[in-house]
Design a protein around this ligand. Structure first.
Ligand SMILES: NC(=O)c1ccc[n+]([C@@H]2O[C@H](COP(=O)([O-])OP(=O)(O)OC[C@H]3O[C@@H](n4cnc5c(N)ncnc54)[C@H](O)[C@@H]3O)[C@@H](O)[C@H]2O)c1
Length: 249
């Protein structure tokens, strides 16, 4: 039987997850809640968000994270409900494919808002809470797509590359306050959305060829890395990218 770690330092810790209603985000919400953390999450999918809140006891708020003012206001409200956040998981994203020739300035801005900007502004909103608590952990979500050959994803890949730079810059700036900033770089994870849209027979063959491990990655694999980065067990780790990709090469 496989058994996984539990982290005493996560008990009662206040955690915010963006894009928490489905996919990896939902697994983060479930796993942090199972560790006894006090979890809040935001998303644009009402039904999935409400169902997950009922199942886990986490607090859900419908917010579009690309509306930066609404998101900042929601963070303040949610912190009043769950306690000041000392863990932030910047997870919301949109990986819909796009052809470079068809990218307009408006599309570029919209995709940067949903894939990049909120990472910075949510961090800005929680930093005073983390400072007051004597420290915290910010966990950004990068992507293997920045590092491998993929088509029709230039804007998304650019945003995900920027998140790795943002991680290092914020880690330097916030380190003196005991605030750690790390980036998880997932490989190809079999979420419902990936299975529905992209994982066909050809993709299966690619995974089999490129991944060192033959097993398929599942959201829980990535969530376990997030737990560790949020817990005191990783207290000396900041400014890094943590790759969970099954050994893609
Ligand atoms: N699944 C993978 O294989 C994979 C690989 C590399 C990186 N990632 C990264 O991991 C994170 C989670 O990926 P996922 O596969 O679960 O994504 P997903 O698309 O399945 O889920 C994203 C969640 O964010 C929400 N969301 C989207 N736009 C939003 C908005 N404007 N405001 C609020 N919520 C919004 C969605 O409703 C959804 O619940 C993302 O940052 C993604 O880039 C995933």
């Amino acid at each position: 039987m496989t058994a996984y770690a539990s982290y005493p330092s996560l008990r009662g810790r206040s955690v915010l997850v963006s894009g928490g209603a489905t996919g990896l985000g939902a697994e983060f919400v479930s796993q942090f809640a199972a560790q006894g953390a006090s979890v809040a999450f935001v998303d644009v999918q009402d039904a999935a968000g409400e169902a997950l809140a009922a199942e886990t006891g986490a607090v859900f708020r419908r917010v579009d994270v690309s509306d930066l003012e609404a998101y900042a206001a929601a963070i303040a409200d949610l912190a009043a409900a769950t306690g000041p956040f000392t863990v932030l998981v910047n997870n919301a994203a949109n990986d819909a494919r796009h052809r470079s020739a068809e990218v307009t300035p408006a599309f570029w801005d919209e995709r940067m808002r949903v894939n990049l900007d909120h990472h910075f502004f949510a961090t800005q909103a929680v930093v005073p809470m983390m400072r007051a608590a004597g420290g915290g952990s910010v966990i950004n979500l990068g992507s293997i797509s920045t590092h491998i050959k993929l088509r029709d994803l230039v804007v998304y890949r650019t945003a995900k590359a920027a998140i790795e730079g943002l991680t290092r810059a914020l880690a330097q700036e916030l380190g003196p306050d005991g605030i750690r900033v790390n980036c998880i770089v997932p490989g190809w994870v079999m979420t419902a959305r990936q299975l529905e849209h992209w994982v066909d027979a050809e993709a299966e063959a690619t995974i089999e060829r490129e991944q060192a491990l033959s097993r398929r990655l599942v959201p829980a694999d990535v969530a376990r890395m997030a737990l560790w980065l949020a817990a005191d067990d990783s207290a000396a780790c900041t400014a890094q990218s943590w790759v969970v990709d099954g050994g893609w090469m």
